[in-house]
Design a binder for this molecule. Sequence first.
Ligand SMILES: [Zn+2]
Length: 89
Amino acid sequence: MTDDMPRDIDCGAALDRLYEYIDRELTPARSEEVRAHLEKCAPCLALSKFEDSYVRFLEARTRVQHAPDGLKKRILQRLLFEAGEHQAP
Ligand SMILES: [Zn+2]
């Protein structure tokens, strides 16, 4: 028995693994599952793009330190807010 075959995953599972996916910490099969889900799920794909920017932003800003949870939450909320509200400034 092998756990190496990509399977269909739902949004919860995809989002659960999003950070690891972005950081390329998943096995090829797990990574493929997320990729396949993002391909057919527009909301998750949109979120993954924001998560990706967020991770890069944090990497650039805090290479050594871990960002406090509060900051992480605030940035994520901000990103989600901007994702949902495409209003002109
Ligand atoms: Zn999804």
